[in-house]
Ligand binder design. Structure first.
Ligand SMILES: C[S@@+](CC[C@H](N)C(=O)[O-])C[C@H]1O[C@@H](n2cnc3c(N)ncnc32)[C@H](O)[C@@H]1O
Length: 415
């Protein structure tokens, strides 16, 4: 019998079991938390249990280095990284210290995941930490390899990781929208918490969820209708689920949107239908596909390691290393070369990745054989400045006083 359907089980145990499966999928198999959820959460019937499992696994991954140090401080026994009592203790501590579950409830649900000696060990470690008033630092400690890669920005980025990110919306002009703070034209920032579907204007489709940093690449292409009143043609490469396509269509561009994932294109079709915007959707692999005619602009939001989304997806702190970065960097170089060939003379290329890795950003831009079209400070939300090369490099520590930003690298050229 599926243990998640065991009626005898104490409430909250199936969600913890599922959280354990999520952690295992990320740490042992290198899956994303999002993809792991498809099978790890499938036995849970209630949305609240799914949300709890996701929150526990997410917080355990976000604070894992600190939780491990705590665990090690409370036992003389050496627990291997992949030992089940360590995994359960990470979740128990994340529940107590991050989700504010009372210790007695953490014990009654968490220990159900273990038996015999490991159960006694976890009980002893957790109780000792509670008695000792254990607490987490202000910001998560990054895994050593990540801290090294992010260099002098690592500390500030970690500070941005400690707080849940706000909710950013991109708007159509004149849209019905909830109350929020605008940090750029056609942008609203809200505190996270409410279900998106319940916010004002969702049904009317005047806005969509999009991190402020993710909205910058399309902004850099400006209005789609030329001085002659004719809509110019843009190719959005790697376009699904369509955040940037919707911005471009709303700005008057005639958009062709290419993506290799039929499942993501389906989501994009639904997003366009809800917002009443239109684009030509093309299913294809950008390494093999070719257009029939050239474009006035190409936006390449390339597949990447997504380490810039670490606030929302803390699994990237543990899944991504030099192998994945290298693989993405070669794919990105190939896609940039192809995208550049699809531009008319005088056309504009914008390249973007939601990655904090130099190999996917600065190193790629340095190789591009087109004419740089430097990003100007006045094109960016107030408080962001381009690099001396005219690129944008954002990270979760930017605009910290407003709730931070995803990490992006963006650059622009003319042909
Ligand atoms: C960063 S996401 C795109 C997000 C999207 N631009 C937006 O704003 O909503 C990267 C996308 O690249 C697509 N992709 C990955 N490899 C591809 C390839 N070789 N050809 C075309 N699309 C690809 C993925 O399916 C994914 O949808």
């Amino acid at each position: 019998m599926n243990p998640d359907q065991n009626q005898e089980e104490i409430a909250g145990v199936p969600a913890r079991r599922a959280a354990l499966r999520l952690m295992d999928a990320v740490l042992r198999r290198g899956e994303t938390l999002e993809n792991a959820g498809v099978s790890a959460l499938s036995g849970l019937r209630h949305p609240a249990d799914k949300a709890l499992a996701r929150a526990l696994a997410g917080e355990a991954l976000r604070w894992m280095v600190d939780l491990d140090a705590m665990i090690d401080s409370a036992t003389r026994q050496i627990l291997p990284d992949d030992a089940k009592p360590r995994a359960v203790l990470r979740l128990m501590l994340a529940g107590w210290l991050r989700l504010e579950t009372p210790p007695h409830a953490v014990i009654s649900t968490g220990l159900e995941l273990l038996q015999g000696g490991p159960r006694r060990l976890a009980h002893g470690v957790f109780s000792a930490l509670v008695r000792g008033g254990a607490s987490l630092p202000d910001a998560p400690t990054l895994p050593e390899a990540v801290a090294q890669r992010w260099g002098e920005r690592a500390r500030a980025i970690a500070a941005g990781l400690a707080v849940p990110p706000p909710l950013d919306l991109s708007l159509k002009a004149g849209a019905v929208a909830p109350e929020g703070t605008a940090l750029a034209p056609l942008h609203l920032r809200l505190a996270r918490g409410e279900a998106v579907e319940g916010l004002a204007g969702f049904e009317e489709g005047g806005w969509w969820v999009q991190d402020l940093a993710a909205s910058i690449p399309a902004r850099l292409l400006g209005e789609g209708v030329g001085a002659d009143g004719v809509a110019r043609r843009v190719l959005d490469v790697c376009a699904a689920p369509g955040g940037k396509t919707m911005q471009l269509a709303a700005a008057g561009w005639q958009v062709t949107a290419l993506d290799s994932s039929p499942r993501r294109l389906e989501r994009m079709g639904a997003n366009l239908a809800r917002t009443g915007l239109s684009a030509e959707l093309v299913s294809g692999d950008a390494r093999e596909w070719s257009p029939n005619s050239l474009f006035d602009a190409v936006l390449l939001d390339a597949p990447c390691t997504a380490t810039g989304t670490c606030r929302r997806h803390p699994d990237v702190l543990h899944r991504i290393g030099s192998r994945q970065i290298g693989e993405m960097a070669s794919l990105q170089a190939e896609l940039i070369e192809r995208a550049a060939a699809w531009l008319k003379p005088g056309g504009v290329l914008v390249y973007a990745v939601c990655s904090l890795e130099r190999e996917e950003g600065e190193d790629q831009a340095a190789q591009v054989a087109l004419t740089p079209d430097p990003i100007r400070a006045e094109e960016l939300p107030q408080g962001l400045t381009p690099t001396p090369e005219g690129w944008l490099r954002s990270d979760p520590a930017n605009l910290a006083e407003h709730g931070g930003l995803d990490g992006f690298f963006v650059a622009r050229w003319k042909k």
